[in-house]
Design a protein around this ligand. Structure first.
Ligand SMILES: Cc1cc2nc3c(=O)[nH]c(=O)nc-3n(C[C@H](O)[C@H](O)[C@H](O)COP(=O)(O)OP(=O)(O)OC[C@H]3O[C@@H](n4cnc5c(N)ncnc54)[C@H](O)[C@@H]3O)c2cc1C
Length: 385
């Protein structure tokens, strides 16, 4: 790296937001430095479920960000293997109310020219023989949606940006101070280095306590803890991302369906509601099945409220619901883990500019893998208008 070089843009945080901000700024021929505190970043962008499902997002700009993100992922996949599998998503309804929502969603997606197809219960069960017949009331298939491997995707994109697009990258580099000095931004790091840039983007995820904590108001942001698990490798049966009844009841896009307001809550949903559980399934390349997820919330800066344990009760609830839905060959749990993200209480993302040159992007919530490439494309475009 050139000593005392001033960059056009420095980005703090090597997750999906930071990495795709770097990508779009490099496409604009900006000089970019990405700083990451850990040896290998391993926060939300690496612990997630890895589904890119625009159909689950609010049917406004976020659906469009998701759609554009899929396009960007597909273009990158042609250039390098970012682990994208365009295997589509299946929503499976377990009762008539959920089926009604799928029918309405199909119409809303048709209005947006977004490929989808409704299937009867019999057809859904024939195509997905691993589902329990008494669970399935019908399905909606989105052929253009995709799955990514979160353990590799961002790492591969970053390596590509370094090798082919001139990104400067520094890991093991916690940024501990950012200020505006002489009209530009000055960053200091824990290893006593100083960097300069015209603009700084803080995409530092849940670690908000070190840089401008006062700019993350607790009425605008909360932190979410999610639990996930991986079942033992088994015969390949799942071809697509599978989203189930509780997901239909939870995902933002379904709030636009006319029947959503009339949706009843059944007593058996109560324990799942308590922990924000909805069931997603996918099968990884090695045959292991990934199951998720739960959602618990605490005020921003108060992740300590969660404790440090993985809750056995939550895992057992998820497994019980998964067993009600599918016949799997093996139910041995090989891994279980927690991930965290920040989420806006009202807004879909939290952005703020301090002193003209320091820009916060955070609180994208549970849609960062689906929408970040498209959202950051817009953000960078507006930054360099
Ligand atoms: C379990 C789970 C499942 C999910 N499933 C999905 C899904 O299927 N589809 C979907 O669309 N979204 C999903 N999400 C949401 C998605 O993962 C997040 O929205 C996204 O990863 C947030 O990205 P980020 O870049 O903001 O944050 P992060 O990935 O948390 O990145 C922030 C980075 O900043 C670094 N950092 C922090 N402070 C500093 C500092 N001072 N100096 C230098 N570096 C710093 C951190 O080390 C970290 O690498 C899921 C999330 C979780 C946790």
């Amino acid at each position: 790296m050139i000593k005392n070089k001033k960059y056009d843009l420095i980005i703090v945080g090597g997750g999906v937001i930071g990495t795709f901000c770097a990508y779009h700024a490099l496409l604009k021929n900006k000089s970019v430095l990405l700083l990451e505190k850990d040896a290998q970043p391993y926060e939300a962008s690496f612990r997630n479920f890895g589904q890119a499902v625009p159909s689950g997002q609010r049917l406004d700009t976020w659906f469009e960000h998701g759609r554009r993100s899929l396009k960007i992922y597909k273009e990158l996949q042609e250039e390098l293997d970012i682990s994208l599998v365009p295997n589509g998503s299946w929503y499976v309804a377990s009762d008539d109310e959920e089926l009604g929502l799928l029918e309405e969603m199909s119409e809303l997606l048709n209005e947006r020219d977004y490929k989808n197809r409704l299937y009867t219960a019999t057809e859904t069960s024939e195509i997905n023989p691993h589902f329990k017949k008494d669970y399935v009331k019908g399905g909606l298939f989105l052929p253009d949606e995709a799955s990514l491997n979160p353990l590799v995707m961002v790492h591969r994109v970053r390596e590509y940006l370094i090798k082919s697009m001139g990104l400067h990258y520094q890991n093991l580099c916690p940024v501990i101070g950012v200020e505006k000095k002489r009209g530009i931004a000055m960053l200091t790091t824990a290893n006593k280095k100083t960097y300069w840039a015209d603009d700084v983007i803080l995409a530092n995820g849940r670690d908000t306590q070190f840089l401008f904590p006062e700019h993350y108001p607790s009425d605008e942001l909360k932190v979410c803890k999610l639990q996930m698990m991986r079942l033992a490798p088994q015969k390949k049966i799942l071809k697509s991302n599978i989203l189930t009844g509780l997901t239909i009841r939870r995902y933002e896009s379904f709030h636009s369906c006319p029947s959503y307001q009339k949706l009843s809550t059944k007593p058996e949903h109560a324990p799942f509601k308590k922990y924000g559980i909805h069931m997603l399934f996918k099968q990884a390349d090695d045959g292991s099945i990934i199951l998720g997820d739960s959602h618990e919330y605490a005020p921003v800066h108060k992740s300590a409220n969660f404790g440090f344990e993985i809750s056995r009760e939550i895992n057992e609830l998820m497994l019980a619901e998964a067993k009600r839905i599918t016949n799997l060959e093996k139910w041995d749990v090989d891994q279980t883990w927690a991930g965290y993200y920040l989420q806006g209480t009202e807004s879909e993302v939290f952005t703020k500019t301090i002193d003209d040159v320091i820009h916060i992007i955070n609180g994208i919530g549970g849609k960062g893998m689906t929408t970040s490439p498209g959202f950051t494309q817009n953000y960078i475009k507006n930054l360099y208008l």
